[in-house]
Design a protein around this ligand. Structure first.
Ligand code: PHE
Length: 464
């Protein structure tokens, strides 16, 4: 694709909204509240805030600036800027979204199924399929076809947006979904705060409790890993989205706003989830993973009486929008990577990515049912892909820092930040950026890598 043909956002707001839409996803809605509740409430929240405003901004600025400087997606940006030798980072950064998206869409399919069940319950009445959420969940993910069909429906939704393009598809979809998501999340948090007994849960969530955090290292690593996932780093997304950014827009200001929006929704989600969990099912604060969202919360909705189905409907609509906008961003990163790498046009690239997603998604979708026998490393396919990618992402992020800090040089990144015609970031930020990207960030990201390896291989009782 020639430079002049490249798609672009209609402005800085559209870019910030798109990047925030990618960042705000399942991680904000259930993983952040769960970690905060588990690791000492306010202690975790404060650590997270400090980390995202420092390391988070540095990593985001780096990826966005690389994309905008190269005007290429991750598959070719490193080759273009690094004269070939660094091409392998681009290949790895393309492999990550190509492998995450299929199983992410399987989970998106679960959300579609739950939304349909709550819609039926809210409008049709009756006990509904979801009266016993535990059995419903187990039965659904092991069903012969249902998880595959649900994944295909979810994939089709995100593909429609991608086919319509960057300005007409992604921007417009975000403009509808993101404000709706925000209004629903605020409404739910307010509703929860009015329930009798909510105060105790809010206190549990916000008040620092040092006795619960375990070691400070755990809090720090947990917050860092969460921030990393939540900001959609090392998946090529921010590079691709940066490549559509206009030169006149500010990289650093955008990064600050993206981090701000992402963190705001994460903290807000805690107000939505933690008080009800503490009120109705305190033991499930300890349940990470799918269980909290697909089993514990539906159990709580079932105990809310007539309001339950409606609360479930609003909640899963919100979750669907969050998952869909994140999936859209991953799909775009894959499509752009294929376009740039093979010099294909957009349509055939979309078709190729679509076929790949459904084919590989099938492996995860059938992994709890008909293809259960296929369990690499003893894990269901979905969990295997998730673990493998959790290890690969910090590797790519560390390499990206080394590339930006030592090969390309932080001065080039900072020069890209000044391209908007302003004087660019302050001197203090420039010095901070150079120190961070060269020394601090690679070490911190390597620490995430070690903690992920320990978690996946269950070394040292690590469970974050
Ligand atoms: N950042 C998203 C979240 O917090 C997750 C995500 C993963 C988004 C992969 C895009 C790609 O849930």
């Amino acid at each position: 694709m020639k430079h002049g043909d490249r798609a672009s956002w209609s402005g800085q707001l559209a870019f910030v909204l798109a990047a925030a839409a990618s960042a705000i996803g399942l991680g904000n809605l259930w993983r952040f509240p769960y970690l905060a509740a588990k690791y000492g409430g306010g202690v975790f929240i404060a650590t997270y805030l400090v980390l995202s405003m420092t390391l988070g901004i540095v990593l985001l600025v780096t990826e966005i600036a690389i994309g905008r400087y190269a005007r290429q997606s991750q598959s070719t940006a490193f080759m273009t800027l690094g004269f070939g030798r660094w091409n392998f980072i681009g290949i790895l950064a393309t492999v990550i979204p190509l492998f995450i998206m299929p199983y992410y869409n399987v989970i998106g399919g679960w959300v579609v199924r739950y939304l349909a069940a709550y819609a039926k319950l809210a409008f049709g009445g009756g006990a509904g399929a979801i009266a016993d959420p535990g059995a419903f969940f187990e039965g659904f993910i092991a069903a012969p076809w249902a998880p595959f069909v649900a994944m295909a429906v979810f994939t089709a939704m995100s593909m429609v947006v991608i086919v319509m393009g960057v300005k007409n598809g992604i921007e417009k979809a975000n403009l509808v979904m993101m404000p709706t998501l925000l209004v629903m999340a605020i409404a739910l948090a307010v509703y929860v705060a009015t329930l009798p007994g909510a105060g105790e849960g809010i206190r549990y969530y916000l008040v620092p409790d040092f006795s619960k955090c375990g070691s400070i290292g755990k809090v720090f690593l947990g917050a860092m890993g969460q921030m990393f996932y939540s900001l959609s780093l090392a998946m090529g997304i921010m590079i691709t989205y940066g490549s559509y950014m206009r030169r006149t827009d500010s990289v650093k200001k955008s990064a600050v706003r993206i981090v701000g929006a992402d963190t705001f929704v994460a903290v807000l989600s805690g107000f939505m989830v933690i008080p009800v969990v503490i009120m109705f099912d305190p033991a499930s604060v300890e349940t990470a993973g799918a269980g909290l969202m697909f089993v514990s919360l539906p159990k709580i909705f079932a105990s809310l009486g007539a309001a339950g189905p409606w609360i479930g409907l609003v909640f899963f609509t919100l979750v669907l929008f969050a998952a869909l906008t994140s999936s859209i961003s991953m799909t775009e990163a894959c499509v752009a990577a294929v376009c740039d790498f093979f010099h294909w046009k957009r349509r055939p690239s979309i078709a190729a990515v679509g076929v790949w997603t459904v084919a590989l998604g099938a492996v995860s979708a059938f992994g709890y049912g008909r293809w259960k026998a296929f369990s690499p490393c003893g894990l269901p396919a979905l969990e295997f892909f998730d673990s493998a990618m959790n290890i690969l992402t910090p590797v790519v992020a560390a390499l990206t820092c080394v590339f930006a800090g030592w090969a390309l040089g932080p001065k080039r990144i900072l020069a890209e930040c000044r391209r908007d015609g302003s004087r660019g970031p302050s001197r203090v930020f420039n010095v901070f950026y150079i120190v961070m990207v060269r020394f601090v960030a690679p070490i911190l990201v390597a620490a995430i890598l070690v903690s992920e390896i320990c978690r996946v291989f269950k070394i040292g009782g690590w469970s974050i």
